[in-house]
Design a binder for this molecule. Structure first.
Ligand code: NCD
Length: 303
């Protein structure tokens, strides 16, 4: 069955959705946040296959599924699965797909090809973090958080600070900024700048903050580095603390996809700053994913 054409509602990259589909998703997420909806899909299942560690994304999809009445089949790391007996990730996914869940949510490393996998499946596939290449639901929930905080997205100037090169979140923002029309700039040490980004780049944090209406800090992803970077000089030059936030615009917003290395890219004291929306992102993430699951389920019913 896996040679059948893939369904079009997969979300592997932001470009899989149009701006109007994204706007509908935001509206639906906002409706879910204020209404208690009946569980529409009791007795149906989705598969969550997390081959890389996760806290927020995994639980967020689980809670979103539960609110819709969908049950989650979960693979959480290789331990306890036949991956430890040498079964491949692809074969694992094909076997899960043969159990006919409604869709598959997957997080995996760069060494695995999601685009190729999509062509072998007759089920929608949602990218929940794929190596450094993309994490579309995170970028979408970031923008939803800004909208929920009263921002007009086409006027936003988002400064992404830090390890942009290794960040799948940043890579999804490069696409989403093109679709929704917000401005993006990056800031960090030259070795963290991705070669494919041709937009505005600041090598000084204060200059970047002056430009930005939203600052998004990223985790320094040591597990993806081939050379060791000095965390001390990173914290001094690009780490964000209350002092650096002091003179910054009062209506600025501070985001971070998590997990935060407190003491590196952010100091703990920023949690007390009212501009810091990190937990708001997590909350909106559940509604965004609920809206995405509902969107895909509705399309499946029609087709
Ligand atoms: C990120 C991820 O795993 O891509 N976190 C997340 O999903 N919220 C960012 C990171 O790992 O630094």
């Amino acid at each position: 069955f896996y040679l059948m054409p893939h369904p079009s509602n997969s979300l592997i990259e932001i470009f899989d959705r149009s701006s109007s589909q994204i706007e509908n998703l935001f509206l639906s997420a906002q409706n879910f946040s204020s209404a208690s909806q009946a569980s529409a899909y009791v007795g149906r299942s989705i598969a969550l296959l997390f081959f890389e560690p996760s806290t927020r994304t995994k639980l967020s999809f689980q809670i979103a599924a539960g609110r819709l009445g969908l049950q989650s089949l979960l693979i959480d790391g290789s331990e306890g699965t036949s991956l430890v007996k040498g079964e491949s990730i692809e074969d694992t996914v094909l076997n899960v797909a043969a159990m006919l869940p409604e869709l598959i949510v997957i997080r995996c490393g760069q060494d695995f090809d999601l685009t190729q996998l999509k062509s072998k499946l007759n089920l929608p596939l949602i990218n929940a973090g794929w190596g450094a290449s993309g994490h579309p639901t995170q970028a979408l929930l970031d923008v939803l958080t800004l909208k929920a905080n009263g921002r007009s997205i086409s006027q936003e100037k988002i400064l992404i600070v830090g390890d942009v090169k290794h960040s799948r979140v940043a890579h999804s923002h490069f696409q989403l900024a093109k679709v929704l029309g917000y401005e993006l700039a990056i800031c960090g040490p030259a070795s963290f700048a991705p070669s494919e980004f041709s937009g505005r780049s600041f090598d000084n944090l204060a200059d970047g903050m002056k430009w930005a209406s939203t600052v998004m800090a990223l985790r320094v992803q040591r597990e993806r580095h081939s050379v060791v970077h000095s965390l001390e000089s990173y914290q001094r030059d690009f780490g964000i603390n209350r002092k650096k936030l002091q003179g910054w615009r009062e209506d600025g917003l501070l985001l971070h996809p998590g997990p935060v290395n407190y003491g590196v890219e952010l100091d703990l004291d920023v949690q007390r700053d009212p501009r810091c929306k990190i937990l708001d992102q997590v909350r909106w993430g559940t509604f965004l994913r609920q809206a995405l699951l509902a969107e895909i389920m509705t399309e499946r019913k029609i087709s």
